[in-house]
Design a protein around this ligand. Structure first.
Ligand code: SF4
Length: 211
């Protein structure tokens, strides 16, 4: 019998949802951890994140508390930034790769080992922006929040977007669908084809090989 009701989920589930809804079920309901060795890009990405973290450890302006960072930013009228910054909204939480906060706006940067921005990555970045907005309790009319995806391999910007009310509506809809999967109100459909071989849950998924 189920004894857990979900009401807060990691932002990364937005990415999983767009990759394959069954990933959400495997990770959230069955508690399976991804097995990154099936995807060389993810292994490389994890290593790069470790290097970035180590490099930035001793830099002076790093922020970890976004509300404090926002307060400092307004008080001193300047931009503060940090890497690996936790954000917690009302339904989404996660760790932002890089965050810049100014008195009138914020920029969320996600580093990806890709040559293009995928739908799931974009949704993930907007999810961080949404969680940030809720956490800071700011209005988009006076506080501009932008999300950006950067390819660490090519140091190029793959995608950038401003958080809007339309995007928030879409995120809320996706989050509601994820909750339905996690709370087992709807079944999680597997992907139609082609993605299982590079899926981090490949080893544990009963659907693998059926594609
Ligand atoms: S192995 Fe295929 S069906 Fe299973 S979670 Fe991954 S992508 Fe989805």
């Amino acid at each position: 019998m189920r004894n857990k009701t979900f009401n807060l989920i990691p932002v990364s589930f937005l990415n999983s949802f767009h990759y394959c809804k069954h990933q959400v079920y495997l990770a959230g309901v069955l508690g399976i951890k991804p097995h990154y060795s099936v995807n060389r890009r993810i292994i490389k990405g994890t290593l790069v994140h470790r290097i970035i973290r180590k490099t930035c450890e001793n830099m002076g302006d790093l922020i970890k508390d976004i509300r404090l960072a926002y307060t400092i930013s307004k008080k001193e009228d300047r931009t503060v930034w940090g890497r690996e910054v936790p954000v917690v909204g009302k339904t989404l939480y996660g760790i932002v790769d890089e965050l810049w906060i100014s008195p009138d706006g914020a920029l969320v940067i996600e580093y990806k080992p890709s040559i293009r921005a995928y739908k799931g990555h974009k949704c993930q970045v907007m999810g961080y922006c949404f969680a940030l907005m809720e956490s800071l309790n700011v209005s988009l009319n006076s506080f501009e929040i932008r999300g950006k995806i950067v390819s660490w391999e090519y140091s190029s910007v793959l995608w950038e977007k401003r958080l809007s009310k339309t995007i928030i509506r879409k995120i809320k809809k996706t989050v509601a669908e994820i909750f339905d999967i996690l709370n087992e109100k709807t079944p999680s459909n597997r992907v139609k084809s082609g993605l299982c071989s590079t899926c981090s849950y490949h080893y544990y998924c009963s659907y693998r090989g059926l594609e």
